[in-house]
Each structure stands twice: as C-alpha cells, then as structure tokens.
Design a protein around this ligand. Sequence first.
Ligand SMILES: NC(=O)c1ccc[n+]([C@@H]2O[C@H](COP(=O)([O-])OP(=O)(O)OC[C@H]3O[C@@H](n4cnc5c(N)ncnc54)[C@H](O)[C@@H]3O)[C@@H](O)[C@H]2O)c1
Length: 270
Amino acid sequence: MELGPGRTAVVTGGGSGIGEALCRAFAATGMNVVVSDVDGDAASGVAGAIADAGAGGRAIAVRTDVADRASVKALADEAFAAFGSVDALCNNAGVVSFRNAADMSDADWDWVMSVNLGGVVNGVTQFLPRLIAQGTEAHIVNTASSAGLFAPPGMASYVASKQAVVGLSEHLREDLAPLDIGVSVLCPGGVATRIVEAGRNRPDALGGPEDVPAHAEPIRQGIAAGMPPEDVAARVLDAIRANALYVVTHEDTREGVEARLAEMRAAFAR
Ligand SMILES: NC(=O)c1ccc[n+]([C@@H]2O[C@H](COP(=O)([O-])OP(=O)(O)OC[C@H]3O[C@@H](n4cnc5c(N)ncnc54)[C@H](O)[C@@H]3O)[C@@H](O)[C@H]2O)c1
C-alpha cells in the first residue's frame, strides 16, 4: 500500500518508543496520525511535536486503554470522525512482566494478556468492520516480538501473548487478503524504549504500578543498548508498502527461531 498525504494512520501505544517512532514516520510521509496511548499526556506530547515539526498532515491525540473494548471503540469513533477513513492501523501497545509461570499471580497474567493480546483483538473488532465498510485498500500492523517466534525465559505471559499475536496475524493475513487489507506482524528483538518500565502503566485493579525487578537489570541494559525505534519504524513502513507478513529486525534473534524450527522438524521425523 502507498503511504502519503491524504491517508491516515492510527497507532496504539503511540506515546513512547516504537509507537512514537511509527507516528513520526507516518507523519513524515505527509499522513494524518492518530496518536493513541493510555498515557494521555505522552500521546498529546507526540501529537504536538508532530504538529510543530509541520511535516505531515494533522496529528491528534486520543487517550485509549487498549485492554478496554469501549475505549478502543471510542478511539475508532474519534479517528473516523476526525479524518473520515483509516488506512493504516498499528496495534502496537504492549507491556511486559518479567516472571516465570510458577511465580505469577492471576493479576500478572490478566494484565499482560489483556493488553498484549486483548488490545490487538479489540483493535481488530473495533476497526475491521469499518475498514471493510470504507472499501479501500488498508493495512493492519500488529506488534508482537521475537518472543512471538520462540520462547525466551523469564517472561511467560509475554511469550504467550506475543505468540498469540503472531498466530492471529497469520490468520488475518489470509482472511483479509481478498478484501485488499494487508497484515504485517512486527517481531523485533531489543529496541531502545521504555518497555522494561512497563509496570508504570499497570492498573490498580490488576496490582497497580510496579518497579523494574532487580533480576531484570541485564534485560534493562540490553534494551537500553538496543536498536533505535526509528530504525524499526522505517522497516515497518517498508513492510506496509511491500505488504510483507513478518517484520524481523534483529539478526541475533535468528538462532532462537532456527532452534524452534529444528525441534519441530525433529518431531515430524520421530
Ligand atoms: N522494546 C523492545 O525491545 C521490544 C521488543 C519486542 C517487542 N516490543 C513491543 O513493542 C511494543 C511497543 O513497546 P515499546 O518497546 O515501544 O515500549 P514503551 O513502553 O516505550 O511504549 C509502549 C507504550 O504503550 C503504552 N501502553 C501501555 N499499556 C497500554 C494500554 N493498556 N493501552 C494503551 N497504551 C498502553 C505505554 O504508555 C507506552 O507509551 C510493545 O507491544 C512491545 O511488547 C518491544
């Protein structure tokens, strides 16, 4: 799909990190952007910076909790009311909890699954009927992770949620191709964002905000030294233009994918 003036992108988790970089990259093509985030101030900051830069169409901020279906419905209402159509939808908001399954409470599971998987499902249920009804070419990008392609240790709910996002994206890809709606799934390794501090957004009903656990310090350092989010965003826009399914960004995640495939091949050979 072509990207540029007259088109509109909606990005969840657009107030920080990869989502912010996606918003800026869409705006740089001249597109309108809906910057959506549970942190309303962060979303407003990004939309304001885009407007100040003056590169694109219009940018608006919408406070949205992707785990809340009514909130995502309101996001779709605002996006279509402001711009009349949506061409690119990035279901990007996500959180992480650094725990193995044996160490997790029900609330630990519910928080991560409701944002990472529930958020993508809500994006699909609330936007897809309108994308179909508008009858024009469109594209959905779901942010998974390299943890959607294999299972790194110490993050049980993150792996479960991201593998589900990969599977859903693969299904949507086939499902929506006849409707001219492309689907990509973003599977990056470490990207220099605030993801390790995801506990800042944990709602009170599911345990409340939490600090980065001490055992996650090596991960924090790895993420801080990770790929710039702008580089990831550029790859995503290329994938939309090319209608590519998988967006992999880190050569160092190949080993995990290959090991998983080798296990599966061995299972067939038994
Ligand atoms: N940074 C990495 O290394 C990395 C690697 C693989 C995948 N990812 C994925 O990239 C996506 C973006 O994360 P990031 O790395 O930019 O982190 P980030 O913390 O910098 O940005 C995530 C944004 O999502 C928002 N958010 C959190 N909960 C929300 C909710 N319920 N509703 C709406 N918005 C919510 C946050 O306020 C924040 O602005 C996530 O899905 C994450 O899992 C990140």
